[in-house]
Design a binder for this molecule. Structure first.
Ligand code: ATP
Ligand code: MG
Length: 412
């Protein structure tokens, strides 16, 4: 992408109302704009990152047998009355139509997915099933804050699984937990797994995937030597300095964290409420056990910025950076054009700052946007034998011959 062709650019100064790093940097670097508290527009760079995060999540969900669908955001009140959510879920946005009918905006999709899958799950032969979608959610959060970490409208991946019995569910629960750890690590994040009570959903155990960050709202105790972690709000069994009950190698430390995902055992709550039943091998009517598996896609993007930045801007992990290469030319338009075209031909995502700006201004924007590799082409670099290459997370640069640039970039 050529920056001269873009209508949306980074800003020189940070927004004044930002309460967190992700809000400040994502706005200043031109990834998002806030429309009102907790509601954001995703600008071109922001949308690229969001789609890259989604793609990784999608690959991991497909790999564990997930089937992707897309469920509606606008939902009839009836299904929320059937599940009891209409009167009990305080964050549910309710809408009255001019026809006097009531509707809700999806805050989660158990009600819709059971309504849909009722038609397709009839016999034990139709189980197990895992259905997911990536869709915007609406929640009447009292305190929408921390940039895109807590929104009133936010993107979530939610998967729902259906099983003949508890044993089959437990097996899949383990598979899904492993997929979560793998996908968060592909996103550059180390997530800790907490055991928590099921909250509003059920009395059963649920697991939260927490990433340590000062911007998070969860108070946790965690172990440095293994994935053990507990939410202090839920579990008073442990305190700071206790020996880790899981690996016995380290003492528990306290930290704040952000919940990027969670998995729940829903039991038969929804399948019974919506009469989603199947006929077992003996011809008897049974209700499947259901699980649900959420990931806050937009929150994850915010957490990544909280974890990966410095005083100059964002430092995107390679897998989800808006572009792998940020090409900056200092009055070397012609040479830069050749490099830009050849990198693109080699399948490399490249952003070219071809604007009429000073070198200093271009470097500042490049640091702010945070692509992993900065390539500078200037009269000086050419006389030194090529282009000047610097990693966003390093301070030293080096000269790479132009004909070696593609293979260098591919090996990063
Ligand atoms: P929290 O405790 O943070 O409110 P939750 O328990 O309400 O989260 P779920 O309803 O299970 O979360 O939603 C699944 C995932 O969606 C969460 O793990 C989180 O990553 C994300 N999420 C939840 N609420 C928000 C929100 N208001 N803004 C952005 N992401 C959210
Ligand atoms: Mg919540």
């Amino acid at each position: 992408m050529k920056m001269s062709k873009m209508g949306i650019h980074p800003e020189k100064s940070a927004p004044k109302d930002a309460d967190t790093i992700n809000h400040r940097l994502l706005v200043q670097a031109g990834f998002v704009r806030q429309l009102m508290a907790g509601v954001y527009t995703y600008l071109p760079f922001g949308l690229i990152v969001l789609r890259k995060i989604e793609a990784i999540i999608r690959e991991e969900m497909d790999a564990i047998g997930g089937e992707e669908i897309l469920m509606p955001m606008l939902q009839p009140a009836e299904i929320w009355k059937t599940s009891g959510g209409w009167d009990h879920i305080d964050v549910l946005f309710k809408i009255k139509s001019r026809t006097e009918k009531d509707y809700a905006l999806g805050q989660s999709q158990e009600e819709v997915v059971t309504t849909v899958m009722k038609e397709f799950i009839r016999s034990y032969r139709d189980l197990p099933r895992a259905i997911y979608h990536i869709q915007w959610k609406f929640r009447d959060e009292l305190r929408a804050k921390s940039g895109i970490l807590r929104g009133r409208e936010f993107l979530m991946k939610d998967m729902y699984s259906f099983h003949e019995n508890q044993e089959d569910f437990e097996k899949y629960y383990e598979v899904a937990k492993k997929a979560y750890l793998r996908l968060f690590s592909r996103l550059g994040l180390t997530s800790k797994v907490t055991e928590a009570s099921g909250g509003g959903f059920s009395e059963k155990i649920s697991y939260e995937f927490e990433v340590l960050t000062d911007a998070g709202e969860a108070n946790i105790l965690y172990c440095d030597s293994c994935e053990f972690c507990v939410n202090v709000d839920d579990i008073s069994k442990y305190k700071v300095g206790d020996r880790c009950p899981k690996c016995d190698k380290d003492d528990l430390k306290s930290a704040t964290a952000s919940e990027v995902g969670n998995v729940f055992d829903l039991g038969r709550k929804y399948t019974e409420a919506f009469d989603l039943s199947y006929t077992d091998q003996n011809g008897e009517k049974k209700y499947p056990i259901m699980g649900c598996y959420g990931i806050g896609v937009t929150r994850t993007m915010g957490v990544i910025v909280e974890k990966f930045h410095d005083d100059k801007g964002i430092v995107w992990p390679k897998n989800i950076a808006p572009f792998l290469v940020h090409l900056v030319d200092i009055q070397q338009q012609e040479e830069a054009e050749k490099i830009y075209n050849s990198l693109k031909q080699d399948g490399i995502d490249v952003l070219w700052d071809d604007r009429e700006l000073s070198a200093g201004a271009k470097f500042a924007d490049s640091d702010l946007i945070g692509c992993p590799i900065r390539v500078v082409v200037s009269a000086r670099s050419i006389s030194a034998g090529g282009v000047e290459v610097k990693m966003r997370n390093e301070t030293e640069s080096k000269i790479i011959p132009i004909d070696k640039l593609s293979s260098f970039v591919k090996n990063v």
